[in-house]
Write a protein that binds this ligand. Sequence first.
Ligand SMILES: Nc1ncnc2c1ncn2[C@@H]1O[C@H](COP(=O)(O)OP(=O)(O)OP(=O)(O)O)[C@@H](O)[C@H]1O
Ligand SMILES: CC(=O)N[C@H]1[C@@H]2OC[C@@H](O2)[C@@H](O)[C@@H]1O[C@H](C)C(=O)O
Length: 354
Amino acid sequence: MEKKQYQLLGVMSGTSLDGIDIIEARFHFNSGTSYKILHGTTIPYDEFWKKKLSSAVNMDEQELQHLNFEYTRYLGNVLKQFIDENGLHGLDAICSHGHTVKHEPQNKYTLQIGNLKELAKITGQKVVCDFRVQDVQLGGQGAPLVAIGDKLLFSEYDYCLNLGGFANISTEEKNRRIAYDICAVNTVLNYYAHKLGLEYDEGGKIAASGKIIEELYGKLNSMRFYIEKPPKSLGIEWVNREILPLISQYEENIPDVLHTYIKHIAFQISEEVENSSEVKVLVTGGGAFNDFLITELGKKSSAQFVLPSAELINFKEALIFAFLGALKLRGENNILKSVTGAEKDHSSGVIFNP
Ligand SMILES: Nc1ncnc2c1ncn2[C@@H]1O[C@H](COP(=O)(O)OP(=O)(O)OP(=O)(O)O)[C@@H](O)[C@H]1O
Ligand SMILES: CC(=O)N[C@H]1[C@@H]2OC[C@@H](O2)[C@@H](O)[C@@H]1O[C@H](C)C(=O)O
């Protein structure tokens, strides 16, 4: 008989570098698909890992290989501890994204570390991982991958917007799902918060205290990425190459930079959402806790920006990676060509047995 229920761990390490999101979730496949989050936690990175992971984009191949082994071992032990501490039994698999260190889909290259077979050995569990590489090899962007989960698990919303290291959005257009990255969010905001000795700008309070730098606002909104048509995705390489140099001449006043950058994010998002009070947008990712950003969004767009429970805000991406793993285990497609631009819909992910 076809298996209808899956008990999985979903694991996500995002580009904001805050930590490893882990959830235990259950999925039921009947006429539709339903989910239940049983448990979620974020294991924050210590300074050692923050430093390593943020410098990885500049490493050569040999250093990256070494880092990949080291990080897989670390991740495996974190997950094993989570499983032991919570007494988890009967998991079908761990579905893990790993951590993106490089993303150059135009060169058919994307690298997520932490996706080696040792993960299955250390945890003693079946692992489904490395979801992006096959898509990039098929000519796709390899991102955003959450779109199929948005479509099948959150169809009551007109748009799903995630405010993580980067903002991405997904919606139905002409009876097909489309999704793409909009702009950088917490990768940039955190970079300037760090200069003030802070992890991040809590509630966007520092940004709110600043004022707009009109010249910078104009330059940010003129970047070429914004006129490109989807499918499109962003990586930290783009932030380092295009955004930080543009801002550097203004950075003696960080509150003003943060203020301006948040207005820029709000404007770019408002450009992608239909401007109607009928429209419902699910907002997730840590940026949903940035009150100043949410207020600015509300000023620029009349759409309803819906903030769900803190659990869903924090763990929606991990939940959907668990879902992508479930689809892979079922032999069903988990990546849509309409989203990434790959040559076909396909079932992505690598399976390792313990
Ligand atoms: N209370 C808060 N106020 C302002 N910003 C916050 C708050 N809480 C979290 N954040 C921001 O959210 C970030 C974490 O967001 P999230 O976990 O969604 O990112 P991520 O998983 O790395 O993203 P992605 O995978 O989408 O790139 C933090 O680094 C911080 O910038
Ligand atoms: C290459 C990569 O890791 N991209 C991430 C990143 O973080 C946010 C945004 O850029 C998104 O496109 C993607 O992650 C989400 C989870 C996704 O694939 O849907």
